[in-house]
Design a protein around this ligand. Structure first.
Ligand SMILES: Nc1ncnc2c1ncn2[C@@H]1O[C@H](COP(=O)(O)OP(=O)(O)OP(=O)(O)O)[C@@H](O)[C@H]1O
Ligand SMILES: [Mg+2]
Length: 251
């Protein structure tokens, strides 16, 4: 075990009777394409716990993004139930889902989706201008180590820096949950680890419940818990007794 490995205390994640943030019960998602049915999720049940860092592993097509989009209120299951704290997302109106997404959820995607004509600071301000309890945009950018780059446009930033702006944008509204879909998918090894380190720091310092999707099994070592999916089903749930610091991961 390396020097930076951290004991995963029993009072985080699934260990110690922590509050359940998401409860997913018997969720299936079927896409109908003409005659063909694709069962993207097949009877998935799981929980996410307050403050934990969860890594969702699985091969391409295993249903990871479908699940994350449902957790984030971007999509609805075909059957089954999803609750966020005491709110039933599967019974919510479109208006309630919009408010849920706006107030409670921070999204980070593989491609950063920044607005090219706005600076890093302005991209983050787009969110802080409408959020209920935001931190200053400059503070969010400081948290991801980009104080020196606030006036840069996306084209003047490296891929890793653009992803850190996207993370700053996601956390500036102080979301309850941070949902990251392949946040390092477009980045090289070193830059990817830097981005994971930022996500890890947000999880620890702000206590934001965090889910990271990846097909890279090495990333699982930084999680409190790991859920592995295959063919639309959860095939393994495990808890890391010891977490690795992102800088110590290798792949
Ligand atoms: N909008 C859609 N319409 C039809 N089928 C879809 C749609 N979205 C996803 N699917 C199918 O559902 C299955 C699960 O897709 P999903 O995107 O959740 O996988 P994933 O685990 O995120 O894969 P990847 O690692 O490649 O992103 C796949 O077979 C996919 O083709
Ligand atoms: Mg995906």
């Amino acid at each position: 075990m390396d020097d930076h490995a951290r004991a995963n205390p029993a009072n985080t994640g699934a260990g110690g009777g922590d509050a359940v943030v998401f409860r997913v019960r018997n969720v299936s998602k079927i896409y109908t394409m003409g005659e063909v049915e694709v069962r993207a999720l097949n009877d998935v049940s799981l929980e996410l716990y307050n403050g934990e860092l969860l890594v969702l592993l699985g091969a391409s097509g295993s249903g990871k993004s479908t699940l994350l989009n449902i957790l984030g209120g971007l999509d609805l299951p075909t059957s089954g139930h999803v609750t966020f704290r005491d709110q039933d997302l599967t019974a919510a109106t479109e208006q309630q889902l919009t408010r849920y997404r706006r107030d409670a959820v921070g999204f980070v995607f593989q491609f950063y989706n920044l607005i090219p004509s706005l600076t890093a600071l302005e991209n983050v301000q787009l969110v802080t201008d409408v959020a209920v309890k935001p931190m200053p945009a400059s503070e969010a950018l400081a948290m991801v180590g980009l104080t020196e780059r606030v006036g840069h446009f996306p084209a003047q930033l490296s891929g890793g820096e653009q992803q850190r702006v996207a993370i700053a944008r996601a956390i500036a509204k102080r979301p309850d949950v941070l949902l990251c879909d392949e946040p390092t998918g477009a980045l090289d090894f070193t830059t990817g680890k830097m981005v994971l380190d930022v996500i890890d720091r947000v999880n620890r310092e702000l206590g934001t419940t965090t889910a990271i999707i990846t097909h890279n099994a090495a990333i699982a070592a930084m999680a409190d818990r790991v859920i592995r999916m295959s063919s639309g089903q959860v095939v393994e749930t495990r808890r890391n007794e010891v977490k690795s610091a992102p800088e110590d991961l290798s792949w």
